[in-house]
Design a protein around this ligand. Structure first.
Ligand code: NAD
Length: 495
């Protein structure tokens, strides 16, 4: 890869490694010895192997997790004791941030600027937050004066949980599920994405160093049909925390229904950005660049459809395009660049296929629509702005999950709400206006789990996060995570 200024390249302090499963406190190969290749998204070269798990490996992992849950010490520890260990995991992650960030960039192709500022610190913050949160949260209580009784809620961990993870924010999202599960007292079997196995494997080392007892957290690598499906069907798994595509969620639900598992799903979306004509366009453009192309557009709350009120449409398109052309795509370890590579060939091919679809649908490519000139290797895609499509075209309906946005004009509030709601999914939206009444009215009218007004990707861990319609099941964050990983018993005491 060509680089212009050598002193902007960050020294690589970690090397890729072969990934094994982690079961009952030990790194182990697959029972049947199978492995698959891990491919560097920047060079397209194989840079490691990954143990390929199957039902036999999941059975061992679940047995270890079940023993650890039933025989202790994890399930029998006080919340305060568990919280101390969970805090320590966060401390170690914080101290090793650069290593974590570099591993994440190697595995995903994402730019180091992003993994340094988002992925790595957020993984540590997830543990710190839930370590504190779990020791402060209470349950409900009712005084029944008619019968002379009190009722109070008592929560206990649900048992062994399966965590099935995606590739876009691998450690950030894994720890977002794992930290509350551990804080609640559950034991865990993790299946990371087959495309990004490294930081999850590294985390196992860190958990051990922090004092998480053997068997409490187990990790099995592999594919959906093998290891994933075995988690869905395992009778000793009480619940599944899943993040990924809508279609995968449906398959998990089908297979998990036989054993009536609790399910928490964070799924895909097609998020609308709604921009009214009373805004400061430069301010909106500055955030829209981020909400469109951050992490190569591979963030679940990125806004793929940008609805702009007609009177400012031309100016907005021109200004967003000018800023987009300034983004530099290339080596994720070179700080002179802004955007890295997509995660894998399969995803690169999917994103490129939408350029063909857009062309057939009559789109205009204001920017991008191809791989960057001069980058012959790696899954790089130019930041792409599409205009000229009617809402309803495939590119405006289907989640592309890459550096691709469509800009669509609208005239009235009613019209844009109708377009935003004419969708099977409803994860998040962003509303830009200085009219306070309209801002709240629109936020309450658009069907989605999360609405950002005059901002994007601002996160308070105490608040509910999740999707409506096909974008998910349940909510996570703060008390919502705690509720998922615990079972509630009402205890009625006659006084
Ligand atoms: P994916 O559904 O393809 O894969 C996710 C995980 O599921 C992987 O570990 C995969 O191996 C596993 N899997 C696949 N088939 C399975 C099966 N039948 N049974 C059990 N496990 C199976 O998703 P992805 O491509 O890795 O992730 C991108 C998607 O995730 C996008 O749609 C994105 O919007 C979504 N996402 C949503 C959120 C959110 O918070 N709502 C966050 C991040 C990503």
């Amino acid at each position: 890869m060509s680089v212009e200024t050598k002193n902007t390249i960050v020294e690589q302090i970690v090397d890729p490694f072969d990934c094994l499963h982690f079961i009952d406190g030990k790194f182990v190969p697959s029972v049947d010895g199978k492995t698959f290749n891990n491919v560097n998204p920047v060079t397209e070269e194989v840079y490691g192997t990954v143990a390929e798990g199957s039902k036999a490996d999941i059975d061992l992992a679940v047995a270890a997790a079940k023993r650890a849950f039933e025989e202790g010490p994890w399930g029998k520890m006080s919340t305060q004791e568990r919280s101390k260990i969970i805090r320590k995991v966060g401390d170690i992650l914080e101290a090793r941030q650069e290593e974590i960030a570099q591993l994440e960039s190697l595995d995903t192709g994402k730019h180091l600027k992003f993994s340094r500022h988002v992925d790595a610190p957020r993984a540590a913050a997830n543990f710190h937050f839930f370590a504190d949160y779990m020791i402060s949260v209470g349950t409900e209580a009712f005084q029944d004066e008619v019968h002379g009784a009190i009722n109070y809620g008592f929560r206990r961990p649900i048992g062994v949980v399966g965590l099935i993870q995606p590739w876009n924010l691998p450690l950030f999202l894994l720890t977002w599920k794992l930290a509350p599960a551990l804080a609640a007292g559950c034991t865990v079997v993790i299946k990371p994405s087959e495309l990004t196995p490294m930081t999850a494997t590294k985390l196992m080392e860190i958990l051990k160093e922090a004092g998480v007892p053997d068997g409490v957290v187990n990790l099995v690598h592999g594919f959906g049909q093998g290891a994933g499906s075995a988690i869905n069907k395992h009778p000793d798994i009480a619940g599944i925390g899943f993040i990924g595509q809508v279609s995968t969620g449906a398959k998990i639900m089908e297979e998990a229904s036989k054993t009536l598992k609790k399910l928490s799903f964070e799924l895909g979306g097609k998020n609308p950005n709604i921009i009214f004509d009373d805004v400061d366009i430069d301010e909106v453009v500055a955030t829209t660049i981020r909400s469109s192309f951050t992490n190569q557009g591979e963030v679940c709350v990125c806004g793929e459809n940008i609805f702009v009120q007609r009177s400012i449409y031309d100016e907005f398109v021109e200004k967003l395009a000018a800023k987009t052309r300034e983004l530099k795509v290339g080596n994720p370890f070179d700080l002179d660049y802004d955007q890295g590579a997509l995660v894998a060939k399969v995803h690169y091919d999917k994103v490129m296929s939408y350029f063909k679809i857009a062309e057939e649908e009559g789109a205009t490519f204001v920017t991008g629509g191809k791989r960057p000139e001069g980058l012959d290797k790696g899954y790089f895609v130019e930041p792409t702005i599409i205009t000229g499509l009617e809402y309803g075209a495939r590119c405006t309906r289907e989640e592309i999950f890459g550096p691709v946005v469509s800009i669509i004009p609208f005239d009235t509030e009613e019209e844009v709400i109708a377009m935003a709601n004419d969708s099977r999914v409803g994860l998040s939206n962003t509303i830009w206006t200085n009219d306070i009444r309209r801002a709240h009215r629109v936020a309450q009218s658009v069907e989605s789990g999360l609405s950002y007004i005059n901002c994007w990707f601002v996160r308070d861990f105490r608040t509910p996060f999740g999707g409506t319609k096909d974008s998910g099941l349940g909510r996570v964050g703060g008390v919502h995570s705690w509720e998922f990983y615990t079972e509630l018993t009402n205890i009625c005491v006659k006084l």
